[in-house]
Design a protein around this ligand. Structure first.
Ligand SMILES: Cc1cc2nc3c(=O)[nH]c(=O)nc-3n(C[C@H](O)[C@H](O)[C@H](O)COP(=O)(O)O)c2cc1C
Length: 189
């Protein structure tokens, strides 16, 4: 198996990180890989805030968790069952923001490609990642106590919106990658 296929087959959502910090060099490597993703018309409609400040990560996590408690009982229960830490002790949080492109495909589609590039690049250098949709809750202007403040603190350019979070760290827990379900693939020859 070549290296790309090996990374794709081995990636999994890591839900337990050690306390070891992620180096700036590694974060630069994986975010660079992210920005090498394709995007519609080459728009590259993304902005990445790479957060390693413990206090700030904690504030984003706590705001997101508060929204979860109030608005998503099932999601809250799932996180409690996983140990209660929404960010699994991740030492870095990459906040992916996008601007609307008014293209045939939404900017979030492009952000998804960038996100998977980051996850695969991270996996290939021994880091764990977990895409974190719950992190978006923290940035919600009405629901989250500090929603607007985080976008300002992370210096989102005008018109950019929180799209998804990526937790990054050194894995303390691993799991088997989910099995590929190839039954959804049809060939027309
Ligand atoms: C858009 C998106 C949002 C996700 N949000 C979360 C999340 O908030 N918390 C979490 O633990 N996992 C989250 N995941 C991870 C999925 O649960 C996971 O990818 C899926 O169960 C398949 O498992 P695998 O990634 O280990 O193959 C998210 C995945 C995606 C693609």
């Amino acid at each position: 198996m070549n290296e790309v296929l090996h990374a794709i087959a081995g990636r999994y959502s890591c839900r337990g990180f050690s306390g070891q910090p992620v180096s700036r060099a590694d974060l630069e490597t994986i975010t660079r890989a992210g920005t090498q993703a394709p995007s519609a018309r080459g728009n590259a409609p993304w902005y990445l805030a790479v957060v390693t400040n413990r206090e700030l990560i904690g504030q984003i996590r706590d705001n997101a968790f508060e929204v979860l408690i109030r608005r998503d009982k099932e999601g809250h229960q799932r996180i409690v069952e996983r140990g209660g830490d929404l960010f699994y002790n991740a030492q870095a949080l990459i906040v992916v923001a996008t601007r609307p492109t008014h293209d045939l495909t939404p900017a979030e589609f492009d952000a998804g490609l960038l996100t998977e590039n980051i996850c695969l690049a991270a996996h290939s250098i021994g880091l764990g990642t977990c895409i974190c949709g719950y992190a978006t809750n923290a940035f919600h202007v009405f629901r989250s106590p500090d929603g607007e403040r985080f976008s300002r603190r992370l210096e989102f350019p005008y018109g950019y919106q929180m799209t998804v979070g990526i937790l990054v760290g050194h894995p303390a827990l691993s799991k088997e990658p989910h099995p590929a379900d190839t039954s959804v693939v049809r060939f027309f020859e």
